[in-house]
Design a protein around this ligand. Structure first.
Ligand code: FAD
Length: 335
């Protein structure tokens, strides 16, 4: 158990969690953010970082990742403790040094204590969508990758990239200057979902022998001794299977989410995927626990970034007021 107790634990580092972190910091509260992914930015960073968003007030047109970067700059300016790659599993009420606290334990085996909790978990914890191969995760760290963190990892490597969206195309192009060529791009359908310009560039590189595009194909088996050495790829139109030697298998198939353990925390739910809140306070049915953003539900709720921002302000100000026994009132940020 971590000994440092903070005022507010924020569960989920999407735009709402980052906005809540800002408001708690602005009120001189201490914050810890717990995020199941290794990256910040929630759905925006995970599913549409390269797309423009037009309906966030004050930003007539902004790239998803740029919006996340600005939310990070604003939300973390007061020094929030950010824990990445840990999924919150349990919520308990404990007593420590005469103070009643909320204790969140994560899948990594850590326990974090705070006076209040704001759940900003969106649609639940994200995890990468996996290939339909038994025990495929055993290859993680041994040649299988669900994200490209550092290009240098792929220097001189024979890469097979799986996926039909922007990430798969972006990295097929983005690793050209570092990986061994050709890079093999595998997609189960003939049609890609990625930007036409990226696909056109990949087709041009295919003509030069720098990319192999295999569609409609699926990776069926991974082979190796200690680390990945080859994959079997099936042409699903003909049923023929090809043995492709490779050092890195990069599967960029998007993310799936699930409310998971949060649904068992005794919080009253709104439908199956949201936590019921009182929109006046963003309080849940469990004292000290607030919710905001996509995960928070009430009749008429609209799940939009700007709605999450508004609820983040309400939840954070109510959490701070409850800790200090104060009346809830806005504190302007202007100086
Ligand atoms: C393709 C697409 C386009 C969109 N376009 C727009 C648009 O144009 N305008 C707009 O306003 N909205 C848009 N949205 C919706 C918008 O992205 C969401 O409303 C917004 O991301 C919600 O933010 P959030 O912080 O509440 O949740 P999320 O962004 O979902 O973030 C929640 C975070 O919590 C983490 N988490 C969940 N459970 C746990 C757990 N147990 N432990 C630790 N971490 C956990 C998740 O991993 C995730 O990172 C779009 C959504 C999609 C999918």
């Amino acid at each position: 158990m971590r000994s440092d107790v903070v005022d507010v634990t924020i569960l989920g580092a999407g735009p709402t969690g980052l906005a809540a972190a800002y408001y708690v910091g602005h009120r001189d509260g201490t914050v810890r953010i717990i995020e199941s992914l290794e990256q910040i930015g929630g759905q925006v960073a995970a599913t549409y970082p390269e797309k423009h968003v037009y309906d966030v007030a004050g930003h007539p047109k902004i790239l998803g990742q740029k919006l996340v970067d600005l939310c990070v700059e604003q939300g973390l300016q007061y020094g929030a403790d950010v824990i990445l790659g840990e999924e919150a599993k349990t919520l308990d009420r404990i007593s420590q040094n005469g103070e009643e606290l909320l204790a969140i334990s994560t899948a990594a085996g850590n326990t974090y204590c705070s006076r209040t909790v704001i759940v900003t978990a969106g649609h639940g914890a994200f995890e990468p969508r996996r290939l339909g191969i038994d025990d495929v995760d055993e290859w993680l760290g041994r040649g299988l990758h669900y994200v490209v963190r550092e290009k240098a990892q792929f220097a001189g490597k024979r890469c097979v990239i799986v996926g039909g969206g922007d990430s798969a195309l972006d990295w097929t192009l983005g690793l050209q200057d570092i990986a061994a060529l050709p890079i093999t791009l595998v997609h189960r359908r003939d049609r890609f979902r990625a930007l036409e310009s990226s696909l056109n560039e990949a087709r041009r590189l295919e003509g030069e022998g720098a990319v192999r595009i295999l569609t409609p194909h699926e990776v069926r088996e991974v082979h190796g001794d200690g680390s990945i050495q080859a994959v079997s790829i099936e042409n699903t139109a003909t049923g023929e299977t090809e043995h492709v030697e490779c050092d890195a298998l990069i599967t960029l198939l998007g993310f799936v989410s699930h409310l998971g353990a949060i649904a068992d925390w005794g919080l009253e739910l709104e439908g199956k995927r949201q936590i019921r809140i009182d929109p006046m306070t963003c309080g849940t049915t469990v004292p000290g626990v607030y919710a905001a953003g996509d995960v928070a539900g009430y009749p008429g709720k609209i799940t939009l970034i700007s709605v999450g921002f508004g609820e983040a302000a309400i939840a954070a100000n109510n959490a701070i007021a409850s800790i200090r026994g104060e009346k809830v009132q806005p504190k302007y940020s202007t100086d």
